[in-house]
Write a protein that binds this ligand. Structure first.
Ligand SMILES: [Zn+2]
Ligand SMILES: [Zn+2]
Length: 304
């Protein structure tokens, strides 16, 4: 018998895998998406569709998003390779647009040549913003001086190119604000993506004319400070994002995030603002259109 030769650990692991699969399969079926009315749907303003996590089933991910009303997605570059891939995805799928930029994690090896490349990529007609750029003091993958230098230099380039900026700020609030204030004003606008500060930072970001992007974290139990921010920020300045494959909202917390799950984030924001899901969709979509799609208009409709 084949089983007899199998080490006990493997038998056990197979059982664990089997029950995990069963459990995940069950949960997958149970998920019920909030339902949107007949409006223009939601825009996932920040997702990383080029990442490995989507390589097996990207068509399915996009189809599921479209079916649930998330017909438009902005896929965000984090280095030169992913910026190129973002553009390729935008060329392939009608509902997808791209951003280009180098994330603070990846600035350690940036060269002058990279800036020439970025400038070229940013001129592509599918590109709607510059980013994500910023600072990250949670992980110090690149020295803080280099993060500051390349953040500042990329902000300057984005402004020269008249593109909105997509800002990443993790545990670097005052550093990020210093650079942003230095370079203000921002005629093409900007967004603090995956906003993680409190009301005071929100006020500073709003004063720059920026939007505040709310991630799936708002659906987590311990998100009181973010809930306070959502209540405080005018609806006209809020946009929504998944930041997929990271930060999946409840009821999928801890698993892979994807654009269709934006519905749960939108529903939670609707509850906090005490308005309907449809009005949240209408307003945040109009906001994202003003911010991003004035650069590269996109027809309303399905992704696939
Ligand atoms: Zn980020
Ligand atoms: Zn991101």
């Amino acid at each position: 018998m084949a089983m007899m030769g199998m080490p006990f650990d493997d038998v056990l692991m197979n059982r664990v895998r089997g029950s995990l699969r069963e459990c995940m399969g069950k949960k997958k079926k149970e998920i019920v998406y909030p339902v949107l009315g007949s409006g223009q749907g939601l825009i996932d303003t920040h997702c990383h569709l080029d990442m490995e996590a989507y390589s097996e089933d990207l068509d399915g991910v996009i189809e599921r998003a479209t079916r649930n009303g998330v017909g438009r997605i902005i896929t965000v570059g984090i280095d030169l390779v992913s910026s190129r891939e973002a553009i390729m995805l935008a060329e392939k799928y009608p509902g997808i647009r791209a951003t280009v930029g180098v994330h603070p994690h990846n600035v350690g090896t940036m060269t002058d040549e990279d800036y020439i490349q970025l400038r070229q990529l940013a001129g592509h007609h599918e590109v709607v913003a510059f980013g994500e750029i910023g600072m990250d003091l949670h992980y110090d993958f690149a020295p803080v001086e280099l993060q500051r230098e390349h953040f500042s230099r990329q902000v300057a380039l984005a402004k020269e190119l008249q593109l909105p900026v997509v800002i990443h700020d993790r545990e670097a609030h005052s550093e990020v604000m210093n650079v942003l204030v230095d370079h203000s004003p921002y005629p093409a606008g900007g967004v603090m993506h995956c906003f993680s500060g409190g009301p005071a930072l929100a006020e500073e970001v709003l004063a720059l004319g920026f939007h505040i992007s709310i991630p799936g974290v708002i659906t987590f139990k311990k998100s009181e400070e973010m809930a306070e921010v959502v209540r405080l920020v005018p609806l006209e300045r809020i946009i929504l994002e998944t930041d997929g494959p990271y930060l999946a909202p409840e009821p999928r917390r801890g698993r892979r995030n994807e654009p269709a799950l934006l519905l749960f984030t939108a529903q939670r924001v609707a509850n906090l603002k005490d308005v309907t899901l449809d009005s949240i969709a209408e307003i945040t979509t109009a906001n994202a259109e003003r911010l991003f799609y004035a650069v590269a208009p996109i027809p309303v409709g399905s992704v696939s």
